[in-house]
Ligand binder design. Sequence first.
Ligand SMILES: [Zn+2]
Ligand SMILES: [Zn+2]
Length: 316
Amino acid sequence: MKAVVLEAKKLRVRNKPRPVPSAEEALIQVHLAGICNTDLELVRGYMDFEGILGHEFVGIVLESQDNKWAGKRVVGEINLVCGRCVLCLSGESRHCPHRSVLGISGKDGVFAPFVTLPVENLHILPDSIEDREAVFIEPLAAALRILEQVHVREKDRVLILGDGKLGLLIAQVLRTRTDKVFCIGRHPPNLKILRKRGIETLMRLPDKKSRYDLIVEATGQREGLETALNFVKPSGTVVLKSTYAGKACLNFSQVVVDEIRLVGSRCGPFPPAISLLEKKAVEVKEMIDGTFSLEEAEKAFAEAQKPGVLKILLIP
Ligand SMILES: [Zn+2]
Ligand SMILES: [Zn+2]
């Protein structure tokens, strides 16, 4: 099969053997996949990953030992965990130290016609969710992770830094808890998607006196954290969503003096993401800025890196 492979920091479309599922795994035919910022960072050297890229997908189960899965349209969680360690047994399996991560670490990803995943990672989709929406479930789950970590109150003022793919999903998710959600970005078409849904948007940093109970840093840039610290209320919370190759340098005294809570936030729960899409409570299709065939992967990645471009999809 043809697959999008990352080797020696170079992206290539090349032939790979079709994967063979283990006893716990299903063989899935990938219908549609999404390019995520993490994929762009992996190409820049984040995680030193080599193999087939891609972790956002929707597909159909072709084979599995358990018959209940065959023919089902599914999405899949990206952490492949041991199920036996202390973290797995205490409900923190996303942090399993023995995990591999689909298309990110130790496991070939979904930018290919076929992929294998443990059946315990799969979620069956209702017919009312289109493929073009379902590819957003993994990043939408990552946005929902914030609600598991931070108690967002109706009176809270929330600021999201960044109008990229994840920023737009986070703004919409937090808007389900408070109507005081603001998003700062640089791209008018992206911000318009939020304004249509009653979310206030800003093109430049607010007045220095504006402070927020919760700030979510989703700029993908190392400068984002410093900006977040400038606008968070004392004893407020800053959620960090950006991962990048490289390090941030910061004076942490303000975090101590103002007793700021810093919360790292990564993968989240799929069932509420599926249910938000089912209820049409979140707009995702407007975020699709292009669809490419797998052979055009290099072009698709170049497009995905352009400033302001939101979701680019690949059809294997
Ligand atoms: Zn992702
Ligand atoms: Zn484990």
